[in-house]
Ligand binder design. Sequence first.
Ligand SMILES: Nc1ncnc2c1ncn2[C@@H]1O[C@H](COP(=O)(O)OP(=O)(O)OP(=O)(O)O)[C@@H](O)[C@H]1O
Ligand SMILES: [Mg+2]
Length: 249
Amino acid sequence: MGLPFFPVIGVYDLGGLRQPTSSNPHLLKVQVREGASLWVGKCCWICSDPYTVLKEYVCYRLAKILDLPVLDCQILKDGARFWFAVPCIKPIDNFLDGFFLGSENADIIPGMLAFNILVANTDQHEDNILLEHISDDPLKHRIWMIDFSHALYERGRATLPQDLTVYDCLPLDVANGVITGLHNFEPFLKKLSLIDGNEIVEVVESIPKELIKPGYDVAREELAKFIIDRQRNLEDMLKSAKIFFPNWR
Ligand SMILES: Nc1ncnc2c1ncn2[C@@H]1O[C@H](COP(=O)(O)OP(=O)(O)OP(=O)(O)O)[C@@H](O)[C@H]1O
Ligand SMILES: [Mg+2]
């Protein structure tokens, strides 16, 4: 991850998103030298949960290692503030199950569901899945996972959830539409089994200091252990929820 990145020249509210729990993402404009000129960013000084930004960093890095569809993240600098940011993409107008299943990368859906269980994400509902508009004729779009602000730690605290069930982590409003056919978890479980614990430790150890609000650092060893334990248990966790995946095995 390159740091510092080229400077932010405009910071704009995304507007209309100010619910009490919102991480208050902002639209960030940067000078175009490479990559995108418009980004969506979160800042640890602005999010209501001071851990949001580091959760995003860890989950984006892990998702990338697991070949899941997450946008390329960057840290953007805006004066004294740093933002965890991803390119702003153009979504399709409305999210429909049919579009979701017809996405050009729909084969990643089981991995996406399983990943939410891995990182204890309780918030991967439709607003946190972007369907990028690629073309109208033929109709083409692509799934991107966003928003891990409700993953890993309990909201607003550096406390790892111990009693979260698989059901808590399954975005059922999304999953219900796909659960009848698409649940071949094997490719994802295979990939996950190939990840060395040291890689997970490296991700957790590498959280950039710019993303940590002073006074709100986290216990790295404990966090890595939490993820590694869930990596080991994921297959069993999925089996325990088999009622949702009748066609799996
Ligand atoms: N890269 C992006 N490109 C286009 N739109 C985006 C992008 N990232 C976020 N958005 C839009 O902004 C909305 C809010 O972003 P996000 O889900 O990351 O934060 P949030 O929901 O405010 O966080 P929290 O879950 O903490 O309340 C998304 O639902 C989506 O509509
Ligand atoms: Mg969201």
